[in-house]
Design a protein around this ligand. Structure first.
Ligand SMILES: [Zn+2]
Ligand SMILES: [Zn+2]
Length: 215
């Protein structure tokens, strides 16, 4: 953008914030941005309908704004031209239907990928009317985890209910296969990180808490 003379240094941060928070681009592992399917759809919808989607037009408008600042152009003339161009583009929008790339399973509105405290997740753009959220699976909305069945066993650390879960152990030595194991964890996670081994009777083993935490 800088090389093409589009935008101002002061607007780059908010532009990036907009296109990432709306999931038009996806941030890869190394911090590179790549267009998301919804971003490509929006580009296809804008290009050929709106002048501002053309680099030359946007650059020209920036130059005209500079001319206003320097007293070489009249504000009304520049804004009138931009307004008419925008109006023309809007009138072409009737022919457009955008179907969301990731529709909300409950209300059909678009899901959007967000960055939360514990990594990425998807939430419905119908919020706050629709409160659907889904986990992120490799940049796509994943399946909602079924809530763990109630165990009726309370966490000795915080008093919230414990949930029985399945984990997969990391191999301790080379050549060992990961094996599934059964454990209890606190539903107060992430505030409470208590975890307990499952005993032979299928109940959590509380005295192992300190040993587990140390591992
Ligand atoms: Zn929804
Ligand atoms: Zn707890």
């Amino acid at each position: 953008m800088e090389r093409l003379g589009i935008g101002r240094p002061s607007t780059y941060a908010s532009i990036l914030e907009n296109i990432t928070s709306r999931s038009y681009v996806i941030e890869g592992k190394k911090g590179f941005l790549s267009p998301a399917p919804i971003g490509e759809k929006i580009r296809d919808a804008l290009v050929s309908r709106f002048d501002f989607a053309e680099l030359a037009y946007t650059k020209g408008l920036e130059d005209q704004l500079d001319e206003i600042a320097e007293g070489r152009a009249v504000y009304e003339d520049v804004v009138r031209g931009a307004w008419n161009a925008l109006d023309g583009g809007l009138s072409k929008l009737d022919t457009l239907t955008i179907t969301p790339a990731h529709p909300c399973p409950e209300c059909g509105k678009a899901l959007t990928r967000r960055k939360g405290q514990h990594g990425f997740f998807w939430s419905c753009t119908g919020w706050p009317d629709c409160k659907v959220t889904l986990p992120d699976e490799k940049g796509q909305p994943g399946k909602k985890k079924a809530p763990a069945p109630p165990t009726g066993i309370m966490c000795p650390s915080c008093g919230k209910e414990l949930a029985r879960r399945q984990g997969t152990s990391k191999p301790k030595m080379k050549g060992m296969k990961p094996r599934p194991y059964d454990f209890y964890s606190c539903t107060g996670f992430p505030k409470c990180e208590a975890k307990f081994q499952t005993g032979a009777d299928g109940k959590p083993v509380f005295e192992n808490q300190t040993k587990q935490a140390a591992e």
